[in-house]
Design a protein around this ligand. Structure first.
Ligand SMILES: [Zn+2]
Ligand SMILES: [Zn+2]
Length: 350
């Protein structure tokens, strides 16, 4: 059988370029030559810790799930794609039969196949076969990098949808990593009023400002709760997004929200159980929402970029090729040189 190249994780800190089997395309699928694949925080986490919660890397696995490429072959029953089509790939497909799939919340489907979530292989590979209903046409004016960025952007858009943000409403975003920044872009696209972003690093806050934050808070120098109290004349923020994924910022969301406000927890704190000001949350009549991936967002994320209303170009700060995935993971882990989104150009030359 024909062999192709992939970056395979064999263990913690151990990623090698291996020869692997050519993927077998099934009915309803398309075969995609991979072009751009982003490095996600979850890829870095598996690479450095070997697990995320109950998902444990037990056998060699290919990382990467933020991906786009070119279709080279389609199954005979696939009518809406043809070889040569440029596509963004939604990296998780579901059963399409359960109550969640049928009611449009397929992100909650218990029977999901998601790239680079053990034991499912991901996208740091030359070719992938994938169900065509989780593949989306990329307009001519969008690059493969744009296509790969649809994945994190979908998370930000889903968070903003869940928040029921209305035009002109002020939002606070805790954390200015990739997910904080795509939440900012999504809030802006949805018509947010003030967009306040808090983070510990100036380099990320500057990026937030460039992308449309109207106010930034460096939480290593200022007390976010005090700044917001001043800024809102004691009211707090109507909508608060937590994307930093830390215990203290998650705890802060309740204090930062206005009475009657909405909180969306996007980031994953390192611990499952920690003290929260619950009575304050009840007293303020807060709506607190969790986020798990996204559903039915890709076509809309694509349109925001293709129509020029959302500029995601600044997010990509570094590029590597397939041979150098290990270094790319290290750069993302250390956030070297202000790394935000590290992109793998699968066909790129060293
Ligand atoms: Zn991701
Ligand atoms: Zn389902």
């Amino acid at each position: 059988m024909q062999k192709i190249k992939a970056a395979v994780m064999h263990g913690i800190d151990d990623v090698r370029i291996d020869e692997v089997d050519f993927p077998q395309m099934k009915a309803g699928e398309v075969l995609i030559k991979m072009k751009s694949v982003g490095v996600c925080g979850s890829d870095v986490h598996y690479y450095k810790h070997g697990k995320i919660g109950s998902y444990i890397v037990k056998k060699p696995m290919i990382l990467g799930h933020e991906c786009a490429g070119e279709i080279v072959e389609v199954a005979s029953d696939v009518k809406n794609f043809k070889p040569g089509d440029r596509v963004a790939i939604e990296p998780g497909y579901t059963c399409r039969r359960c109550v969640y799939c049928k009611t449009g919340r397929y992100n909650l489907c218990p029977d999901v196949t998601f790239m680079a979530t053990p034991p499912i292989d991901g996208a740091y590979i030359e070719y992938v076969a994938w169900p065509s209903d989780f593949v989306f046409h990329l307009p001519d004016n969008m690059t493969y990098d744009h296509g790969a960025l649809m994945e994190p952007l979908a998370v930000g858009m889903h968070a903003v949808r869940r928040s029921r943000l209305k035009p002109g409403e002020p939002v606070l975003i805790l954390g200015a990593g990739t997910i904080g920044l795509v939440t900012l872009l999504s809030a802006k696209a949805a018509g947010a009023g003030e967009i306040v972003v808090a983070d510990l690093e100036d380099i990320r806050l500057n990026m937030a400002q460039k992308l449309g934050a109207t106010k930034i808070i460096n939480a290593s120098k200022e007390n976010t709760v005090e700044v917001i109290k001043d800024f809102t004349h004691g009211f707090g923020m109507e909508v608060v997004f937590e994307t930093a994924g830390s215990v203290p910022t998650t705890q802060q969301t309740i204090e930062l929200a206005a009475r009657g406000g909405r909180i969306v927890w996007v980031g994953l704190a390192g611990e499952d159980r920690f003290p929260m000001p619950v009575l304050q949350a009840i007293d303020k009549e807060l709506d607190i929402m969790g986020i798990f991936r996204y559903a039915n967002v890709y076509p809309y994320a694509i349109q925001l970029v293709s129509t020029g209303r959302m500029n995601i170009d600044p997010l990509v700060t570094h590029r590597y090729n397939l041979e150098n995935v290990k270094e790319a993971l290290e750069v993302a882990y250390e956030r070297r040189d202000g790394a935000v989104k590290v992109m793998i150009d699968i066909e790129g030359k060293a």
